[in-house]
Design a protein around this ligand. Sequence first.
Ligand code: NAP
Length: 342
Amino acid sequence: MTIQSRILVTGASGYIAMHVVQHLLQQGYAVRGTLRSTKHEARLRSIFAKDIKDDRQLDFVTADLMQDAGWDEAMQGLEYVMHVASPVPSGKLNSEDDLIQPALQGTRRVMQAAHKAGIKRVVMTSSVAAMHDPRMTDNQRIWTESDWADPTQDIGAYPKSKALAERAAWDFVADHPDMELATINPVYVIGPVFDERFSTSIEIIRKLLRRDMPGLPRLSWSIVDTRDVAAAHLLAMTTPEAAGKRFCVDNGLLTTKEIAIILDNHFAEKGYRIPTMQLPDFAVRLFALFDQQARLVVDQLGHETHFSNEQAKRVLGWQPRPLETTLIDAGQSLIDLGLVKR
Ligand code: NAP
């Protein structure tokens, strides 16, 4: 296999970015990953050793979303950038700016450096958080790429960070029409993990396998497989008609109970006891008085948020794998890595 062009992936140490890197390497591309700390380099080299034909296929540069250093050097001589890096909430925030500033300033830095380097197309990882309004509770509505979250409203720090960053990217290409942009807007991303550093979106699987939840709140999750998100990034890079478009990547909605039943059907015989009892809403509300994580979800009890993946399927020819495969592969990877015990 000949090594095709080199693609820049920002935040290569992140969960989704690692899947993007692996997918690109497996498709024969060379990858340059940006890292904010070189401490991840050896770990990544070891994880991707089986995916590369030769050491030159993968290199790394240091660049922080909050600093100018490194971005010009990172883009030199390249044609395509996958801008994946952005902070994802994992605990209590000191201020909304903890998420908003790296997302927004980082996107501006990446777009500016990309333009300066003559990059042809940027594919940016946005989110459905930049599309829908979490305060709207119409279970029938289907959200599409023409919807935008309003960051001036009280929608939460993370949706604000994603909406502001994605807007900034679109504003940049409106002012610089010689550079192309496509965005991938995933729903909740689940799939196999590479090691103990994985995104907070995998917690639901880990909590169920570890029986960390006493029962199941009446919540619904729009889910997409990390590997299918990675594939969508490459399709958005190679499909000429993808330029100028947002792509919602969603593979459908499951309730917490449906997720638990799929995991139980597969892992119970291996000795994992998955909770499958539905909790009444009043119990979750009571629990939320004492528990911060439960507090985050009480407003969502019984709500369903539906997204359309029609544009990704039609324009990109994107085809997600069955959700059952996603959940089982995620669970199996946590077990294989010893991150959950029976
Ligand atoms: P993740 O594993 O936490 O990855 C976040 C990445 O952003 C990491 O590489 C992190 O670097 C990097 N980052 C954060 N602050 C940075 C800074 N100041 N400078 C440089 N890099 C910085 O989360 P993920 O789930 O893979 O998220 C990746 C992208 O997907 C994000 O844009 C996120 O909004 C989007 N997304 C995620 C989901 C989901 O369900 N997981 C859904 C929709 C969209 P370190 O490794 O050094 O911390």
